[in-house]
Design a protein around this ligand. Structure first.
Ligand code: FAD
Length: 501
């Protein structure tokens, strides 16, 4: 890689490839790069991945797409957070909400921190998270998170969408930015004498050559893992799930703008509202249940036992590559790794990888001077996301199957997660621990507090004492009425969807 870089080939046209194409074409518009995306339609895309985090909104803004341009094309709905159901058996904690924070929460979050912190010290305060966030009000009342112009606070939200349709939309958008498109299956990657990718051979005996390559070939990882031999580091010892079974069900006219994640016997099921259907998937471990039994359990959960609707079955592997950028190749999406979809973080990782790569390349004047720093940064992000996800399983109080018992007693968790859990259990301020470990940029302290308090990792009701006046300084009724007041500014989800579709 050097400043004479003139051409980039992106291999793979799933969501990751098209996000990369749009970001590169936007950020390096002035470089007049020749960008070509190559994909083999016969191989196809994975076609799941219907939930996002708020950075997807930023991505669409950066590439210049308005909501009324893309949402209708992709059956999209709004997302303000995730409800976790049946992950805990502790009384009062069968359900909690993990919100996307927005500005109005600045007034109520201190009360959550205060109450959940003192509850850990044994004071009789309500440490359950949901009630402290505007997003929860919006989810509960089925309101869209789009604020009217006179609402003086910033809102923050993500989306649900049909991933195939989003890919098609992004393909058209990239074409407007000058990205070329070619259909071909790459059958061989030829390296030069320095071990860099020289050119690609296709099934039609064509050769494709570029200065730099983006590998977005999904789990195949044709370039980075197969051709360049970058090792894959599995995390199956801490995340047991490796399979999914997926069904669509009838849509709701005015869906709640949230994903529902319900713990099941051998994993968990998602329920994602699109305008045309609900997307449902059961993510489970094939080491604990066979595929037919998992499908039957999920059919029962969805009330589809007598339905002849066909299930789609998927296999996946969890972990990440050792280096995301090696030689003249950057891997994005599933080809660089996957931490299961519990918090819908995969597309966020794609964006982060591409944007940080562009930054590193710019800073190094198109040399690989900052490659190691970049790789370390992205791997750290993967590991931080992994630990947040692992924590969901490690602290679950379910013990109805070997699966849950093994999750809860898994001693292979990272040192970082162990130290976070120790800090929480010993009543320390988890914000300080996150800062100490330099982890607060990934999942913020509020998210960790929601996760741990929401699953009921707090003294039980018979272990608490009343506490003094200072401990009870926040009036929960006032907080509820403040958040309900804020919610009056928002339209029903369905009405807002009609406006943008
Ligand atoms: C069960 C499950 C649930 C998920 N849920 C979420 C979620 O809620 N939110 C989220 O953000 N993410 C989620 N994900 C992840 C998400 O699906 C992916 O991150 C996203 O779809 C991007 O995939 P991709 O583009 O990397 O790979 P793919 O979609 O697999 O695309 C690979 C592309 O490479 C091409 N290709 C492969 N080999 C070759 C070759 N030799 N020559 C030419 N072309 C080739 C294919 O044709 C295809 O175009 C989920 C994943 C799974 C498994």
């Amino acid at each position: 890689m050097n400043d004479s870089m003139k051409s980039i080939v992106i291999l793979g046209g799933g969501t990751a490839g098209w996000i990369a194409a749009n970001l590169i074409a936007t950020h390096w518009e002035d470089k007049q790069l020749d960008i070509t995306l190559v994909e083999a339609p016969d191989i196809g895309i994975i076609g799941v991945g219907e939930g996002s985090t708020p950075p997807l909104k930023t991505f669409l803004e950066v590439i210049g797409v308005a909501e009324d341009e893309w949402m209708g094309r992709c059956d999209a709905t709004y997302k303000v957070g995730i409800t976790f159901r049946d992950w805990s058996t502790k009384p009062g904690f069968d359900e909690y909400f993990h919100p996307f924070l927005c500005q109005p929460d600045e007034f109520s979050v201190p009360a959550f921190f205060h109450n959940s912190f003192l509850r850990r010290q044994g004071v009789d305060l309500d440490g359950h998270p949901s009630q402290y966030f505007l997003a929860w009000q919006l989810a509960k009342q089925r309101l869209a998170p789009v604020a009217p112009p006179n609402f003086p606070f910033e809102m923050n939200y993500g989306y649900h969408f049909n991933s195939g349709m989003l890919g098609e939309f992004l393909q058209e958008w990239a074409a407007r930015k000058g990205v070329k498109y070619k259909q071909a299956a790459v059958t061989e990657t030829v390296l030069n004498e320095h071990g860099y990718i020289d050119y690609l051979k296709t099934d039609t005996e064509e050769t494709i050559k570029a200065d730099f390559y983006v590998d977005s070939t999904g789990f195949r990882s044709e370039l980075l893992q197969k051709a360049l031999g970058v090792p894959f580091e599995s995390c199956e010892d801490v995340l047991f799930n490796d399979s999914a079974v997926v069904f669509p069900t009838e849509p709701d006219e005015n869906p709640s703008p949230q994903t529902i994640s319900t713990a099941l016997k051998y994993g968990w099921g998602w329920k994602i509202p699109l305008t045309s259907r609900f997307g449902n998937g059961y993510v489970y471990s094939s080491k604990y249940v066979d595929d037919d039994d998992a499908e039957m359990e999920f059919r029962q959960h969805l009330g589809l036992v007598d339905s002849d609707i066909e299930a789609r079955r998927l296999k996946f592997k969890v972990g990440r590559v050792k280096e995301h950028w090696a030689k003249n190749c950057l891997a994005v999406g599933l080809s660089q790794g996957f931490i299961e979809p519990l918090e819908a973080t995969a597309l966020d990782m794609v964006q982060e990888t591409v944007v940080r790569f562009i930054e590193a390349a710019n800073k190094g004047n198109f040399t690989d001077q900052y490659r190691d720093e970049f790789n370390e940064r992205i791997s750290k992000r993967f590991d931080a996301v992994r630990d947040y996800i692992v924590c969901h399983y490690r602290i679950s109080s379910r013990d109805d199957t070997d699966y849950w018992r093994d999750c809860a007693t898994n001693e292979k968790i990272s040192r970082s997660l162990r130290e976070l859990l120790t800090a929480w259990m010993s009543g320390k301020n988890i914000t300080d621990e996150l800062e100490r470990q330099n982890l607060d940029a990934y999942f913020p302290s509020v998210s960790w507090n929601c996760l741990l308090a929401g699953k009921g990792i707090l003294p039980s009701q018979d272990q608490v004492r009343p506490g003094n006046e200072l401990a009870h300084k926040y009036d929960l009724a006032k907080i509820a009425s403040y958040l309900e007041g804020c919610a009056l500014n928002f339209k029903p989800h369905q009405e807002q969807l009609r406006a943008v579709h």
